[in-house]
Design a protein around this ligand. Structure first.
Ligand code: HEM
Length: 346
């Protein structure tokens, strides 16, 4: 104890040192701002809101287990463009091309599930529950239903991977151009990914743990084909991709523009949310260049290995970072509106 005390800087230097270290800690952990969101925002105004979302998501999953992935992705694509304000759900109009029609959003799916939820909620509690909150709750429910320890009742008693915050309101604008600028690209390197997350107030830890969402779902050839042929002037193939895996992928993706063939993010288990993604990344079998980029920064690399070794740590950090992401530039209070239909402003 005495030795520890003697290692500490003198008290007059402690405060300036803490001030200097704060941005470093914040960069790794993210979560700069805090929001006015709360757990159980609809407790009084629409007590069944979360139960209704859960019921519709559960029915959709029962019908088709692959629906969990697009529901999770929708919330991410919403939050990264104009904040979590359901701008991703708005349709284009005569004078405006909306986010939905931006290239990175062409493979978004599960809009029908969100519409069904909204219809039911409008019947039960008209103009009360925002589409932005529906996206957040549906994402939480989707990932919970895809997680075995949760469905077996070994995680939390309420059957959720984490508690979701609510109280968001819906935006009135949506722009395809903004989506193209703000959404991360599958060919991004680590510096670009870090910068993109930082611009949303999210840190390296959020980047490493939220990338674990790629435990679920599928991709299409255009998102990775360049890794297989004519990668750069120097490399024909992406050197961060395993050569045997590349050979298999080459057989699946014969044409770069093929948007039909589905490539499982985690072959054999792309409907189960677990930490297998991190093992694949360490084996150079992550589908995207951006997945493998996590190995090229000391902090994210350490997190990849740590999540590979401890699924429990992955699950609990994932919940924390989903809350961080769900707070990005939200509209609350009197801002925005509560849309009656999620695809159009009131
Ligand atoms: C770190 C930067 C990220 C990049 C570059 C990225 C990129 C992509 C791309 C290119 C696809 C496949 C699109 C296609 O070809 O159909 C995809 C799918 C997916 N992404 Fe990400 N993503 C990132 C982060 C995230 C985050 C933070 C989440 C959620 C929290 C997420 C959830 C998903 C899911 C679940 C799928 C599968 C969708 C489906 O099967 O329909 N991604 N991502």
């Amino acid at each position: 104890m005495a030795m520890w005390v003697s290692l500490l800087p003198p008290p007059r230097l402690l405060l300036p040192l803490l001030v200097l270290l704060l941005p470093v800690v914040a960069a790794v952990h993210g979560g700069y701002g805090h929001s006015n969101l709360t757990v159980g925002f609809y407790r009084h105004s629409c007590p069944d809101a979360e139960a209704i979302v859960r019921e519709v998501v559960a029915e959709a999953v029962e019908d088709d287990r692959t629906v969990t992935a697009p529901l999770l992705r929708l919330h991410f694509h919403d939050c990264f463009v104009r904040g979590c304000d359901a701008s991703v759900l708005l349709n284009s109009t005569k004078n405006n091309t909306a986010e939905k029609d931006a290239k990175p959003n062409h493979t978004l799916d599960a809009f029908d599930v969100i519409d069904t939820i909204k219809e039911k909620l409008e019947k039960k509690c008209p103009r009360t529950v925002s589409c932005a909150d529906i996206l957040a709750i549906a994402a939480r429910d989707a990932v919970s239903l895809a997680t075995k320890v949760v469905t077996k009742g070994e995680w939390r008693k309420d059957g959720n991977l984490y508690e979701v915050e609510t109280g968001r309101r819906d935006g009135r604008e949506s722009s395809a151009k903004e989506a193209a600028v703000h959404l991360p690209d599958s060919f991004d390197g680590i510096l670009k990914l870090i910068a993109r997350f930082k611009s949303k107030g999210l840190g390296l830890k959020d980047l490493a743990v939220l990338s674990g969402a790629h435990a679920l779902g599928n991709s299409h050839c255009p998102s990775m084909e360049k890794r297989l042929r004519n990668f750069t002037a120097q490399y024909d193939m992406d050197p961060t991709l395993d050569t045997a895996y590349a050979a298999t992928l080459k057989q699946q993706c014969t044409k770069p523009e093929d948007n039909e063939t589905e490539l499982a993010m985690v072959p054999g288990s792309s409907t189960t949310f677990d930490a297998t993604y991190y093992r694949l990344v360490t084996e150079k079998k992550g589908l995207f260049h951006s997945d493998e980029a996590l190995l090229s920064n000391g902090a994210t690399r350490m997190l990849v290995y740590s999540y590979m070794r401890s699924e429990r740590r992955f699950f609990s950090d994932f919940g924390v970072s989903m809350l961080n992401m769900g707070r990005v530039d939200v509209l609350t209070g009197r801002d925005g509106e509560i849309r009656r239909r999620c695809a159009v402003v009131n």
